[in-house]
Design a protein around this ligand. Structure first.
Ligand SMILES: C[S@@+](CC[C@H](N)C(=O)[O-])C[C@H]1O[C@@H](n2cnc3c(N)ncnc32)[C@H](O)[C@@H]1O
Length: 335
């Protein structure tokens, strides 16, 4: 036991090789840790497991909590881990080392980390990651999102602004860039919002063929969104309705090849009058999808969003009342 503890202690608290180490802001203690991102920067604990190998674990919420916590929590329970804070100063560390070692010897305990400490640390890390996910309306920055049939790109720009960094967004239009510049006063500024946040913006993308598109066709998304699909036929006869239904069907047929297994296809459409004849839920179900939810759509939840007719002119159309139909490959219980 004495030998094991002594080896263990040598691993935990190596002696400083020279004076510089004492005053070098503990850099030497960090050398095993990579600091590539915010989460890793917060990681400064090691876990001494049963066989006394040193492994990195993350999520200690405060640099000073660890040893103190462990000393305070010394007991005879069967805890299986020791967490050691490597960021404390050497002298302070040496003092703690002495008392801690004495305590260990006294209590004949080889491993003393209350599980609660580890749980707390892991929880801290998880909540840090979760709190960095940005949300707006039905969407969040952790989802890979494809937008199809955009008008002036105000919807996708609204998501991008809400997310801050928006590399998760791919926004597309059927219309060419020339058409968009000529027709929509805010298209350029919306595109700038997207591109500067790292989003991908593509034009001439046909929703009915997109699974074969050279750039987006091979990608997989968590959400594929088409707001207010419309074929450009403004009449009310059956032929016109058929063209809209054909567009929706073609979009779904392609989108379902491009979502991951938990992904969702969202179609927002007017929910009154002639639009009900499109019967979007049935189109999705006929394509083998599950209608997992239909919810009222409120454009006001998306600041800056302007609903465009899409076939010339910068006028907004009244999108009330409307609904978002959410489809998935399998029936989900979490909606
Ligand atoms: C009523 S507008 C809605 C535009 C935009 N989504 C919005 O919410 O403001 C319909 C849009 O569908 C697009 N569209 C029509 N056929 C399409 C197709 N085959 N593939 C992709 N988009 C298409 C049009 O270019 C037009 O922008």
């Amino acid at each position: 036991m004495g030998q094991i503890l002594s080896n263990l202690w040598r691993k935990i608290c190596p002696k400083p090789k020279n004076e510089a180490l004492k005053s070098d802001n503990h850099k030497a203690n960090y050398q095993k840790l990579s600091h590539n991102d915010e989460n890793q920067r917060q990681s400064h604990c090691i876990n001494i497991s049963d066989h006394h190998d040193v492994q990195l674990i993350s999520g200690c919420s405060s640099p000073n909590e660890t040893i103190e916590s462990h000393e305070n929590n010394l007991d005879h329970s069967n805890n299986s881990n020791i967490v050691v804070d490597l960021s404390s100063g050497y002298e302070e560390h040496a003092k703690k080392k002495k008392t801690f070692k004495e305590q260990l010897l006294k209590d004949h305990v080889d491993q003393v980390i209350p599980e609660a400490v580890l749980v707390k640390n892991v929880t801290t890390t998880i909540s840090h990651v979760v709190s960095s996910v940005k949300k707006i309306g039905q969407y969040n920055s952790a989802q890979r999102i494809l937008l199809v049939g955009e008008g002036d790109f105000s919807f996708s720009a609204c998501l991008a602004v809400a997310f801050g960094t928006a590399t998760n967004i791919t926004a597309t239009s059927l219309n060419s860039e020339d058409f968009l510049i000529k027709n929509y006063g805010k298209f350029i500024s919306n595109k700038v919002e997207l591109v500067t946040r790292g989003s991908t913006v593509l034009h001439d993308v046909d929703a009915m063929k997109m699974a074969k598109h050279p750039l987006v066709g091979s990608l997989v998304f968590d959400r594929i969104i088409y707001n207010f699909p419309h074929s450009g036929k403004f009449g009310k006869d059956d032929d016109d309705i058929r063209t809209h239904k054909k567009l929706v069907r073609g979009f779904i047929r392609n989108a379902k090849k491009m979502i991951n297994e938990d992904g969702e296809i969202h179609i927002t459409s007017k929910s009154n009058g002639i639009y009900l004849k499109w019967d979007i839920p049935k189109i999705g179900v006929d394509q083998g999808l599950n209608l997992i939810q239909e919810i009222k759509f409120k454009a006001s939840k998306y600041p800056g969003y302007h609903t465009k007719y899409g076939f010339g002119g910068d006028k907004d159309f009244d999108c009330n009342p409307s609904k978002t139909y959410k489809f998935a490959l399998s029936s989900k219980s979490n909606v």
